[in-house]
Design a binder for this molecule. Structure first.
Ligand code: UD1
Length: 327
């Protein structure tokens, strides 16, 4: 693996967002040079860390991407995408433009400027309904929502570009990203969150009246859906490991990133109540369309290829990293 990184200049597209800001932090801490490219549509300037250069730009703007890529960039981490599964089914055109056209613009700007390495934010949503769990990378790829389709579409394009000798890539298939950096250095919260833990936190802080748990009649121990919650700082570490690997081994790959542990929605609520020391207001609502009962990762390939191992395995500890920002 690459050890001397001080001359490696990384363009972090979407670096002001939730996961991007943690990746930015990890890169800076390891001594990489960092340039953040972000249109601040969901990201926030508050997430730009000392030491990172910033370009305000849109991935639909080919010229802006070309200009950014021509600044001696060695590698790209691409995390600028829309991620609301429900919205992707109502407005596929928005997802086609942002997640597909935008990503292809990035790949093409890389090719035009001879940038050879990309780490791409992919998702467990590429697999669709699990046929078995934990899911490994051999599971069939059959997304059941348009969001998941946009992810596999870009993975396949990267695969072609790699076969054609244009670049090499790492596709990181995240399971459920949660938590914040434990040192509280990232403070920008997502606006209008759609995911479970940010919603729970809004209930905990009184910003939202109650949580609706979508379904309590699943074939799981307590009837609520089970997911694999992975701490965002562990995800961030996987990005720098992937980058180091790509820059030495020049082999493209796709890996799952999860802990392998399943936690139900009800267990997340219970764990949060323990952490915050009070009851949460919640009720049970009908199932949400397209939710698999259970989704956990077999991340042994990431361990094998990258030596990656999540540090956070306890959901209470993970939740505490979010709650600590509130108190
Ligand atoms: C989905 C995608 C994932 C994507 C992520 C980004 C799938 C299978 N997974 O994760 O790839 O990266 O969105 O947004 O498509 N829940 C409630 N009440 C709420 C909100 C959520 O009960 O108000 C439940 C859901 O039903 C689910 C769990 O909490 O069981 C987690 O939901 P969420 O945070 O939205 O993530 P996923 O849908 O698992």
């Amino acid at each position: 693996m690459l050890t001397d990184v001080k001359n490696v200049r990384v363009l972090v597209v979407g670096g002001a967002g939730y996961i991007g800001s943690h990746v930015q932090k990890q890169l800076l801490e390891e001594g990489f040079q960092v340039v953040v490219f972000d249109n601040l549509s969901t990201g926030d300037k508050i997430n730009l860390l000392k030491g990172a250069a910033f370009i305000e730009g849109n991935i639909l703007d080919k010229q802006a991407l070309n200009d950014a890529m021509s600044q001696n960039i060695d590698a790209v981490v691409h995390l600028a995408a829309k991620k609301a599964v429900g919205e992707s089914m109502e407005h596929p055109e928005i997802y086609a433009e942002n997640n597909i056209t935008g990503a292809l613009n990035i790949l093409n700007a890389m090719v035009a400027n001879g940038v050879k390495h990309i780490v791409f934010s992919s998702s467990a949503a590429v697999y669709g309904m699990p046929e078995y769990i934990p899911l490994n990378e051999k599971h069939q790829i059959k997304p059941i929502n348009y969001y998941g389709y946009t992810k596999i579409c870009i993975e396949q394009n990267m695969d072609w570009y790699a076969k054609l000798g244009k670049l090499n890539y790492a596709a990181l298939r995240y399971f459920n990203a949660v938590g914040y950096a434990a040192d509280k250095s990232i403070t920008g919260r997502e606006r209008n969150p759609q995911n479970l833990l940010p919603i729970i936190m809004e209930v905990a802080t009184g910003k939202r009246e109650k949580l609706s748990i979508f379904g309590n009649d699943y074939d799981t121990p307590d009837g609520t859906c089970v997911r694999d919650y992975i701490h965002v700082s562990d995800l961030a570490t996987a990005h720098t490991l992937a980058l180091r690997y790509l820059m030495t081994d020049h082999q493209s790959f796709a890996v799952n990133l999860g802990t392998g542990n399943g936690t139900s929605v009800k267990e997340m609520v219970d764990a949060t109540e323990k952490v915050i020391g009070k009851k949460l207001n919640y009720d049970y609502a009908p199932r949400r369309a397209g939710d698999p009962a259970e989704l956990t990762a077999d991340a042994s390939l990431a361990r094998e290829i990258l030596g990656w191992k999540p540090r956070y395995t306890d959901v209470e500890e993970i939740i505490r990293t979010v709650w600590n920002l509130e108190i």
